[in-house]
Design a protein around this ligand. Structure first.
Ligand code: SF4
Length: 245
């Protein structure tokens, strides 16, 4: 069925979770994983999906569609995650299929494709966007994304679009110890001031793409609580997602 989503460039689906209580706060969701990414974050947890998608078996859209039809009652929505879903110009076709099944949609994104975000929201194909903010918008973002010469204006445009409240949204920052300290929390807070939600995420070193990043110790509860207090100066709703240590 992948080929039926788009006749010209198939979207490979490389993972499917039937039921999740943690991928969309307040909703019971199913989760679809799309491979590949335009970033190369050294702390990426899904690096096999990003770097070696050919080693992961495809999931047939028909199987997912048939599951969603059967579970229509209690699955509220579908989360599209990755990898980076917006690298697929035909992402709208997948979202249209999900809409046909009368499900809500959430998109996880690194925000590097503001034009696609805008188009999908304008086409009413997306109910919720979760965008990563990996670092302040300066050379620190190149380290965090693993991309030299990153065009920060594209990220700024996505932030500005979300802050315009045309769609429900959250920003997410992974608390990678070598990249995020009090200073970075302040700087990011200033960039996303007034956002609907800001989620600080636990850093899980075990699965990081870069071996050096696997050696980093995640922050303790005391430090995370200090970050939360500082973050709430800029965004009213700030939460921590992950394990307390
Ligand atoms: S943007 Fe996300 S999926 Fe892409 S490399 Fe970074 S962490 Fe991994």
């Amino acid at each position: 069925m992948n080929n039926q989503l788009t006749p010209t460039k198939p979207i490979d689906i490389k993972g499917f979770i039937e039921v999740s209580f943690i991928d969309w706060d307040g909703f019971i969701s199913a989760v679809i994983f799309l491979p590949r990414c335009n970033f190369h974050c050294p702390f990426c947890q899904n690096w096999q999906l990003v770097c070696e998608p050919e080693k992961i078996k495809d999931v047939d859209w028909e199987v997912i569609a048939s599951y969603l039809k059967k579970q229509r009652q209690w699955i509220d929505g579908v989360v599209i995650t990755g990898g980076e879903p917006t690298i697929y110009p035909h992402l709208n076709l997948l979202l249209q299929e999900i809409r046909r099944l009368k499900k809500k949609t959430k998109l996880d994104t690194n925000g590097y494709n503001p034009a696609i975000l805008r188009e999908l929201v304008e086409a009413k194909l997306i109910d919720y966007i979760a965008m990563d903010i990996k670092a302040p918008f300066d050379e620190r973002y190149e380290l965090a994304s693993g991309i030299k010469g990153l065009n920060l204006d594209r990220l700024r445009e996505s932030v500005e679009f979300l802050l315009g409240n045309r769609v429900e949204h959250e920003f997410r920052t992974t608390l990678v110890p070598s990249l995020i300290t009090d200073k970075e929390i302040e700087a990011i807070g200033q960039t996303i001031k007034g956002a609907q939600r800001w989620i600080l995420q636990d850093y899980q070193p075990e699965a990081a793409m870069d071996e050096e990043f696997r050696k980093l110790q995640p922050y303790t509860r005391e430090v995370v609580e200090r970050f939360l207090v500082n973050a709430r100066k800029y965004v009213n709703f700030v939460n921590y997602r992950g394990k307390w240590r």
